[in-house]
Design a binder for this molecule. Structure first.
Ligand SMILES: Cc1ncc(COP(=O)(O)O)c(C=O)c1O
Length: 359
């Protein structure tokens, strides 16, 4: 019934999503611990009033794209909206990669790229990140792949490649597409949007799931040259965003001050968390995202993740050779982080009595 490639491939594994009513501190899928702007709730109420739900939504997401155009000062013909940036990634893969075409990216990174490439039967070129998670720029440029992706800030490392390096890579790749997945960029010091004018091959993806606290609404944005946008329109579902999502997305962008206030709080909590994790003996690369990667080089941290789970705290552990010695921890509220550290400390620091007994 299915193509050979689909039969052979493994499904993407999302982080655990608790069942309704399950009381867990959720630090595993980089959601925002603060609610979206109250203006979003009002916009949703308005969107579902009257006969609106009987009618299809705007196929080109007009009101959401208009808000994005205004906020980011990018013409509307350079913007397409997606049902989360995951859908935009799927559209990019569908539009650019056929069987045997190459897609290149540095690893470890967002593992959905592998899944999307396997669906397309594309050839995947994984290039290792440097010891401090630096992007292998020369290797990415010389791979000359049909599609090159840079997750920036990268997940799970949280590290940021400076925009001038992204510009250099875009230039070297010339007419080959370079996608910058900026899902976490609102938590970072700079972004690649200003480069769009000079590099026709650059495609920038954003999401409202993280900084705008709207993971449940599924809203993403793609910024690119108008020719790229038109190609992506061809492979998109006709009505990919609901009326509710479009109204919520437009109003969230209109109140970006709310988002920035939450981002500032999360960045403060992030620097406290980094310092505390280092005190506990973790190696933590400086994060520019709403999560941190806490490593104990050479030590499998799966038991620590399980211990935290037993204490009612979800963090992300990836059972892969590159990441088994790491936990990716989303930044929660100060109270959630305090609960995390209370549970984490005994798991990584053996009790003094036990230490004495062993000695
Ligand atoms: C790097 C990266 N890109 C894209 C996404 C997808 O975000 P969205 O919720 O917009 O589909 C995620 C979600 O975790 C992510 O980590």
């Amino acid at each position: 019934m299915f193509r050979e490639s689909i039969k052979k491939m493994a499904a993407y594994v999302p982080g655990e999503q608790p069942r309704p009513g399950q009381l867990l501190i959720k630090l595993n899928t980089n959601e925002n611990p603060y609610p979206p702007s109250p203006r979003v709730r009002r916009a949703i109420a308005k969107a579902i009033a009257g006969p609106a739900l009987r009618l299809y939504p705007a196929p080109r997401a007009d009101e959401f794209v208009e808000s994005a155009s205004r906020i980011y000062s990018i013409p509307q013909k350079m913007i397409i909206a997606g049902n989360g940036s995951d859908e935009l990634l799927a559209m990019v893969f569908r539009a650019t990669l056929g069987a045997g075409d190459t897609v290149a990216y540095a690893v470890p990174t967002y593992s959905l790229y592998d899944t999307l490439a396997l669906v397309q039967e594309a050839r995947i070129q994984h290039l290792p990140l440097g010891p401090d998670f630096e992007l292998p720029l020369d290797a990415l440029a010389s791979a000359r792949a049909t599609l090159t992706i840079v997750c920036n800030p990268n997940s799970p490392s949280g590290t940021l490649t400076p925009a001038r390096k992204i510009a250099a890579l875009a230039k070297q790749l010339a007419d080959r597409m370079l996608v910058i997945d900026e899902a976490y960029v609102d938590f970072a010091e700079e972004n690649a949007l200003p480069l769009l004018k000079r590099h026709r091959n650059l495609v920038i993806l954003r999401t409202l799931s993280k900084s705008y606290s709207l993971a449940g609404m599924r809203l993403g944005l793609c910024f690119a040259h108008p020719d790229v946008i038109e190609a992506l329109m061809k492979v998109k579902d006709s009505y990919n965003l609901s009326r509710v999502a479009l109204a919520a997305g437009a109003e969230a962008l209109n109140d970006s001050a709310w988002m920035m206030h939450n981002v500032a709080k999360i960045k403060r909590t992030r620097s406290n968390a980094e310092a505390k994790l280092r005190k506990l003996g973790f190696t933590v690369p400086a994060s520019q995202a709403n999560f941190v990667l806490a490593r104990m080089p050479g030590k499998d941290l799966a038991p620590v993740a399980r211990g935290l789970r037993r204490a009612g705290i979800l963090v992300r552990h990836f059972a892969t050779p590159l990441l088994r010695d790491a936990l990716r921890i989303s930044i929660g509220t100060p109270a959630e982080m305090a609960a995390l550290f209370k549970a984490l400390e005994p798991l990584v620091r053996p009790a003094p009595a036990r230490r004495r007994a062993r000695a």
